[in-house]
Design a protein around this ligand. Sequence first.
Ligand code: FPP
Length: 315
Amino acid sequence: MLRTIWNALCRAIAWIGVRILLCGPVPQHIAIIMDGNRRFADRAGIDRKSGHGFGYDSLIQTLELCLDLGVRYVTVYAFSIDNFARSQEEVSALMELMREKLDLLVSNEGLATAKGIRVCVLGDLTLLPEDVRASANRAMAATKHNSITVLNICVAYTSTQEIVNATREAVKEALGLSSSKSGGSQLTNENDGRNSLKTLDSQITKESIERHLYTAGSPWPDVLIRTSGETRLSNFMLWQACHSHLAFCNVLWPNFSFRHLFWIIFQYQKSYRSLQHHWIKAQSFWIILQYQRSNRSLQHHWHKAQSFQTRQKFG
Ligand code: FPP
C-alpha cells in the first residue's frame, strides 16, 4: 500500500518536473556512459550479470523520460572494445544479456516497438559473436522505419577506432575505391601518386570524415552524461562531444533516476546561451577557414590563367 502511494507520488513529481523542463530548451541529443553496474552488484551482494541487468532497466526508465521530454537522439556506451579484456565469464554474460535485451527491445512488447524508437547498433560489429551480431542486425532492420526517437547503442566501440575507420573510408571514397576493391590502389607511376596525394589533400575534410563516423545521421550530443563519479570520457564520442555539456554524477548507473536527469538538464539549460555561442563561433570559424582555403586555390587558378593569357598575348 505504502509502496503504491510512493510510486504514484514519484510519477506525479516526474510529471511536474518534465513540465518545468519543457519551459526551457531541451537537448536534442543525450549521450550516456552507463557506468557503475559492477559496483552496484558488489554492494547489493548480487552477481555481476544481474548488476548489468539492473543497468538495462535503468536505461529503459531513462529512455522513457527522454521520450516524455521529446529528446530525439539517445546514444549509450554499452560495451567498449577494451571491455573484451574482462574475464571470459563476464564477457560471455554481457554478450548473452545484450542479445537477450536487443531481442526484447524490438519484440511485440518491447519499448522500441511500442514507442516508435529506431535502434542503431554502432561499433565494429565484426568483433561480436555471431548470435549477438544477428540480434543487432535484426533489431536495426525491425525498427528502421521508426522515427520518434533514435537509440544508438555503442557496442564493440571506441572513439579512436571509429575515427580511424572513418578516415580509412573517407580516403577510399576520395580515391574512388569501392570496398570491393579494398585491396588498395596500385599506383602505377610517380604521377599517379602525386595526383592521389593532391586529391586526398583537397578531399579529406572534416565533413568527409564525419560522413563516415558510426554516428553519421545523428547530430552531435548536446549533453554527455557519465555516472558513478568517474570524470573521464573513456574513448567515447571524442570527436562528437567537442562542444557538449559534460555532466559527471556520483550515482551508480542502476540508481540513476529522474532527479539526476532533471538536475543535469536544468544545468544544461542554465549554460545554454554560452554553449550556443561556442557552437556558432566554431561553425563560423570553420566556414571562414573553408572560404580562405578555396579562395587560395581560386587565386592560384586565377594567376595561372592570367600568366597563360599574358604568354599568349606577348608570345
Ligand atoms: C559499465 O559498468 C557498464 C557496462 C560495461 C555494460 C552496460 C550494459 C548494459 C547496461 C546493457 C545494455 C544492453 C542493451 C541491449 C542496450 P561497469 O561494468 O564498468 O561497472 P563498474 O564501473 O562498477 O566496474
